[in-house]
Design a protein around this ligand. Structure first.
Ligand SMILES: [Zn+2]
Length: 372
């Protein structure tokens, strides 16, 4: 079975990987363009004309989700009513769900739909998947919103049957009747814990699932052995020791070497941009340890949860302890950083970062180290 998996990965890499890299890069451009045009903060102000219709020729919120971004987690043959409100024969129509609540009053229904969209996106930001599951927005629409606004949090799949097919193709058996969003998250977790795929983006993994499924094959992913990273860390430490540098010089060498290797690659797959701002030029992004290399165990040194991706400024601020984060990811700012420095280093007390449970332990160390 596992030889079969290696063979199929090899085959996928040869036949499809590069093609998908280009395809996902195109989609990523469309996605970024979309969220720039419709940031969460502006959704409530959207006019009905900006929202609908859903025709391919129009250039609206619904239409761009349906057509421009159709290859990012396809919605199948979704009818326009998944968007809650739509135009048909020059008439405004409401989906059944909203009509049952609002009758024919589409203008108050439209306000409510926008509220619901914002609520789903805010829930996603807070990792409150229960709230997303409960939202009355159409599930195809909900799932689409998640992968467009939070591509790092979900595998880009909208349709229930497709998700089930992908789970089966890669040997993931979810509990019976698991709600869609939790199943999606569980598949992502299965991917993140696997050898090979833990370093792939959610899109590229979806591409692999789709490819396996279309070939009518079934595989089981191998669990990653954290040991491998530990061995890499030991080897790297040995190489650095051989350079006979100490103190700050050694820290600098570690920074450079770590940023040439697997640690940065893994983090880039997870984050794509600075965790605090929108700097996303590959050449500027830096992998930043939470718990420093010098005091980490071999297992911790290349652990993806022991790091963030930052732009050079935010990396320096974090490295030197001018900023840290609490367990909810809210930024903590050193008293030394006065208003002028905060402004010009692009930080403010409203900033926060997504933090998972495994990162919390490392962050605690960081806070203690710098007296927060
Ligand atoms: Zn930044």
């Amino acid at each position: 079975m596992s030889d079969e998996l290696d063979f199929l990965i090899e085959k996928y890499l040869k036949e499809r990987y590069e093609f998908n890299v280009l395809r996902f890069a195109e989609l990523e451009k469309l996605r970024l363009d979309f969220i720039k045009k419709y940031p969460v903060a502006k959704i409530r102000n959207m006019s009905l004309d900006e929202y609908t219709p859903v025709t391919q020729a129009s250039y609206t919120f619904s239409s761009r989700l349906r057509w421009d971004l159709q290859h990012l987690g396809t919605m199948g043959n979704a009818y326009p009513d998944v968007f809650g409100i739509y135009e048909k024969d020059s008439q405004i129509k409401l989906s059944k769900t909203y009509e049952n609540i609002f009758g024919k009053d589409y203008s108050s229904a439209f306000e409510r739909i926008k509220e619901d969209i914002v609520a789903v996106l805010e829930a996603a930001d807070a990792d409150d998947f229960e709230a997303i599951e409960k939202s009355r927005l159409n599930s195809l629409f909900k799932n689409k919103l998640l992968m467009v606004y939070y591509p790092d949090k979900v595998i880009p799949v909208c349709v229930k049957n497709t998700l089930d097919a992908y789970c089966e193709a890669v040997g993931f058996i979810p509990p019976k009747n698991m709600p869609f969003i939790f199943k999606n998250r569980a598949l992502k977790e299965y991917k993140d814990q696997s050898e090979t795929f833990s370093e792939w983006s959610n899109s590229q993994f979806m591409g692999f699932c789709d490819w396996i499924w279309r070939q009518n094959k079934k595989v089981t992913l191998k669990k990653a052995i954290p040991q491998q990273d530990a061995e890499k860390a030991i080897k790297l430490e040995k190489e650095i020791e051989d350079l006979h540098v100490t103190g700050e010089d050694k820290e600098a060498v570690v920074k450079v070497r770590v940023n040439q290797g697997v640690f940065r690659d893994k983090l880039l797959h997870r984050y794509h941009k600075c965790c605090l701002c929108n700097v996303n030029l590959n050449g500027l992004l830096v992998a930043s340890h939470i718990k420093p290399w010098a005091v980490s165990t071999p297992e911790e040194r290349l652990d993806i949860n022991n790091g963030f991706i930052f732009c050079p400024t935010h990396d320096k601020l974090f490295d030197k302890g001018y900023i840290s984060f609490d367990d909810n990811g809210k930024i903590l700012i050193s008293e030394e950083m006065d208003q002028i420095n905060q402004t010009f280093c692009n930080i403010n007390s409203d900033m926060s970062i997504d933090v998972n449970d495994k990162q919390k332990g490392y962050l605690e160390y960081h806070r203690k180290m710098f007296g927060y």
